[in-house]
Design a protein around this ligand. Sequence first.
Ligand SMILES: NC(=O)c1ccc[n+]([C@@H]2O[C@H](COP(=O)([O-])OP(=O)(O)OC[C@H]3O[C@@H](n4cnc5c(N)ncnc54)[C@H](OP(=O)(O)O)[C@@H]3O)[C@@H](O)[C@H]2O)c1
Length: 302
Amino acid sequence: MKKVLVAGATGYLGKYVVQTLKQQGYWVRALVRNQKKLSQTGKFGEPAVAHFVDDVFVGEITRPETLKGALEGIDWVFSSVGITRQKDGLSFWEVDYQANKNLLALAQQASIEKFVFVSVFQGEALAHKLAVAQAREAFVKELKQSGIAYSIVRPSGYYSDMSEFMTMAAQGRVFMVGNGSGVINPIHGADLAEVCVRAFQEDVPEVDAGGQEMFSYQRIGEMAFDVLDSKPRFLNIPVWATKVLIALIKPFNKQQADLFRFFVTAANNTEIAPKYGKHSLRQYFLDFALQKDSQESGVGSQ
Ligand SMILES: NC(=O)c1ccc[n+]([C@@H]2O[C@H](COP(=O)([O-])OP(=O)(O)OC[C@H]3O[C@@H](n4cnc5c(N)ncnc54)[C@H](OP(=O)(O)O)[C@@H]3O)[C@@H](O)[C@H]2O)c1
């Protein structure tokens, strides 16, 4: 039985990866900075996973001196570590690139058999425009040169990010970049986790992955209103105005500006990733609305 270290185990994708590995019989160690998060259901429905984990290593992946022993006895390493909504004041370069590189250095010393890393769909092309893709793809280069067997998983948008449409619709309006005609096939964390675990088992160095269903952004917004049974109201922001907004935010918060640029770029995309999984976005929206209701009434598990 392989022993797997999961870095990013407290995140949306990482929790599903822990769950999938365990369900397939693997031994799992979670590398975390906050152990409590393993016992909590995430705000996008990702499961509590403390009971799936065989061992927890508490360390700061950004500080290599805290990682001594993290890979002891480990065969495979998975990492989805990166900045999404964290507000630690760190840059993509410090986390998405350097922190993962710290882990890779340990993996090299420990003669790890395989390292699976999650980047971004079309990451190589996006690296010229977006700081997050640049940092993740710079790490991909390091991984390819490391001498360790690897697989790079490049997903389209996650269902967790599509929740933004539910949040905006619940507030009475959905902001739409341009006319919302960009298309995407977002993927559920559970479906993507299956792709990630298969990446360990098969000899495929790079895997692009999206979900089974394809939507325009306009359609996703309409679905959010429909699920909430409320009247659709869209506020379309011209692409030029989003560029002005990004330029205005940048001097005050570079990370925020980069993330905003990421979403604007995604909203104009028309490329579809290879399709995996079985989840439906509509069902995810229904579950998201239910979870939000129960949290607001104090019944939720968070
Ligand atoms: N969201 C998308 O649509 C999308 C699409 C394609 C690719 N991706 C890539 O997939 C990756 C994983 O996504 P996700 O939704 O699972 O992200 P997530 O929920 O934010 O999880 C990120 C993980 O990284 C850890 N992390 C972040 N900053 C850290 C720091 N300074 N020190 C230590 N740990 C840190 C988090 O730990 P804490 O829980 O302690 O913060 C968490 O375990 C992202 O980095 C992104 O680049 C995302």
